[in-house]
Design a protein around this ligand. Structure first.
Ligand SMILES: [Zn+2]
Length: 254
């Protein structure tokens, strides 16, 4: 199993990261992707991936972390992506979020700049969204972005998901689907083509049902898988195989 989105580089895992990874191995979670969030965190992600072979990294500037943003970060990002072109799996996570108190024009600027870098370096992207599908899709279309990637923690309608799929993206399935009240998203995920689904935890965020208020962990990836299996028609084996293959088809894991 592959956790396609997990912030295991965050400080809240510093005291027990090795133990968590050992537990993950026992659960057959063999690959975990660490998405980038801000410039000050990139070196730590790279160091951790050197230390633990099951970890892989993406680099990028997440809209949440723009308070310390400086345009030199985009230069640094470009250089690091070039330097680690055989190791980096994507540019991300990047995107737009209407629920945070971060200047909208700045969010759009940093997102578009990173899309340009991804185009130049032929990298897929990991997309963050919150109440921002329309604008994300508009920008992806107007910039003719064609490298694809993953729409992380997808929530939304079948039509929205289909638009991303048509643009070459896979759909990130996270802990949200463990909540029966997430009706619309569960219905969407149940109907999507099998080749579009990838699993993720987004740990330490997005705790699964029953673990609200606790630190989320990649160890809960099998719980998300069970919820997905219950929504789908495929057998356990088919779904497991497809979810891993889909990550390899969208991020540069080879
Ligand atoms: Zn994330």
């Amino acid at each position: 199993m592959i956790d396609s989105h997990c912030h295991l580089d965050f400080n809240c895992f510093d005291h027990d990261r090795a133990q968590i990874l050992e537990n993950c191995s026992k659960l057959s979670i063999n690959t975990i992707v660490l998405p980038g969030t801000q410039a000050s965190q990139w070196q730590k992600q790279i160091d951790l991936c050197n230390l633990f072979p099951q970890l892989r990294f993406a680099l990028g500037v997440h809209p949440y972390f723009l308070q310390h943003f400086d345009s030199s970060h985009l230069v640094k990002l470009t250089h690091l992506l070039e330097h680690y072109q055989n190791k980096v799996v994507a540019l991300g996570e990047i995107g737009l979020d209407t629920h945070i108190d971060v200047d909208w024009q700045l969010q759009k600027y940093v997102f578009e700049q990173q899309l340009t870098i991804a185009k130049e370096q032929q990298l897929p992207v990991i997309l963050h969204h919150r109440n921002s599908h329309n604008e994300l899709i508009r920008i992806l279309k107007t910039t003719q972005f064609s490298q694809g990637g993953v729409v992380h923690a997808f929530s939304g309608s079948l039509q929205e998901a289909q638009t991303y799929i048509d643009l070459g993206f896979k759909i990130g399935v996270g802990g949200g689907i463990t909540y029966p009240r997430a009706n619309k998203t569960r219905k969407t995920i149940a109907q999507l083509p099998l080749y579009t689904l990838v699993l993720e935890t987004d740990a330490p965020d997005m705790p699964i049902m029953g673990k609200q208020g606790q630190r989320n962990s990649p160890e809960y990836l099998p719980d998300i898988f069970e919820s997905l299996l219950a929504l789908r028609k495929e057998t356990r084996h088919e779904l497991l195989q497809a979810c891993s293959k889909n990550v390899r088809d969208s991020l540069l894991l080879a």
